[in-house]
Write a protein that binds this ligand. Sequence first.
Ligand code: ADE
Length: 238
Amino acid sequence: MIKIHFITPFKDMVHAVIGESILKIAEKKKLTQYFVHDLFEYADPPHYRIDDYPFGGGAGMVMKPEPLFRIFDEILDDGISGKQTRVIFPTPDGKTLNQEMSDELSKCEQLIFINGHYKGIDQRVRDNLVTDEISIGDYVLTGGELPALIIADTVIRRIPGVINTFESAETDSFSGNLLDHPHFTRPEKYRGMTTPEILLSGHHRKIAEWKLAKQVEKTKIRRPDLYKKYLDLTKTEK
Ligand code: ADE
């Protein structure tokens, strides 16, 4: 079972997502266990401040190091420090997330997400606690909860048993460097719109060929970068 921690000043936002749908089912199936740590509980009284002005000046506030270090003392004191733990800080200046990174993280025993806010977190936290700085794309969000939950979601669905048919994750977009093919379901004909004949033929080999051709076609048009990787890989396989 993978333990997933979220350190956040907005715990309700995290609970709202982990308490629904597949993430919740994964926990019920005992494939994941979630821990949400309220950053304010680790701040100093009487004001419980979690941020402060940046040394050297500049715009925006910086998240203070003490509450974060205290939470880590507690989490790692739990006797789980020896297991494979990764500490993830979602940040726009991190390495851009991809499927390969999610797959690798899904094999860990423990993930700890630090959800940043304001201008960022004290660099000493990044230097001493964080193992992975990950961006979810070239745009800026208001806080770390959504990117942390997105990263966690991509990781959790790759854990064997989380999605009913593991095959359904194996045939996702990006596996084999190809985007997904189109999908159709009943009714066969709807408002004059039809389903490709081949999918109704029951001819497994031809259906597989059609799906692959559609994947290649879409990838070539939408993602020339991925298409090149696919071609290079198929060449070496041959
Ligand atoms: N925090 C704010 N913007 C972000 C992004 N693009 N990726 C990860 N974390 C972020």
